[in-house]
Design a protein around this ligand. Structure first.
Ligand code: GDP
Length: 140
């Protein structure tokens, strides 16, 4: 098994409802270590760059508006197979499809306001971590 790092966001719907601690408890319970974390307000440019892969999707504009609608908590999580482990504890994109006990099943409001983001590959994890954190901020 490989010790990996993945990038996570606690989205505005969750920070608005004061759920940062509850989400973090579920991440830690799943065996993930929060090795870096900061609460920020994304700029429109941040959100557009971060979700550039979805630029052509019909929901892109709404997604960007949502991501800048309130503070987010950006995080780096470390653990064995952290990328897959985090995707498991997050649950499916649409909370209606998410398994019981996952973060999205427990907290998400909708397919858009789905409380958390998690990298989907090692390559994207590295890009996303580097976009939001300096190496000196990662304390494993
Ligand atoms: P994820 O990897 O599970 O976060 O899912 P995706 O990469 O497919 O989508 C990125 C984000 O876009 C999701 O987490 C949602 O916040 C949002 N999203 C995905 N599908 C839809 C949709 O059909 N409508 C809207 N409004 N937002 C969506």
């Amino acid at each position: 098994m490989a010790l990996e790092r993945t990038f996570s966001i606690i989205k505005p719907d969750a920070t608005r409802r004061n759920l940062t601690g509850k989400v973090n408890a579920m991440l830690e319970e799943a065996g993930l270590r929060i090795i870096a974390q900061k609460r920020i307000r994304m700029t429109r440019e941040n959100a557009e760059t971060f979700y550039a892969v979805h630029k052509e999707r019909p929901f892109f504009g709404e997604l960007v508006d949502f991501m800048i609608s309130g503070p987010v908590v950006v995080q780096v999580l470390e653990g064995e197979n952290a990328i897959a482990k985090n995707r498991d504890v997050m649950g499916a994109t649409n909370p209606k499809d998410a398994a019981e006990g996952t973060i999205r099943k427990t907290f998400a409001e909708s397919i858009e306001a789905n409380s958390v983001h998690g990298s989907d590959s090692q390559a994207n994890a590295a890009i996303e971590i580097a976009y939001f954190f300096a190496g000196s901020e990662l304390v494993g």
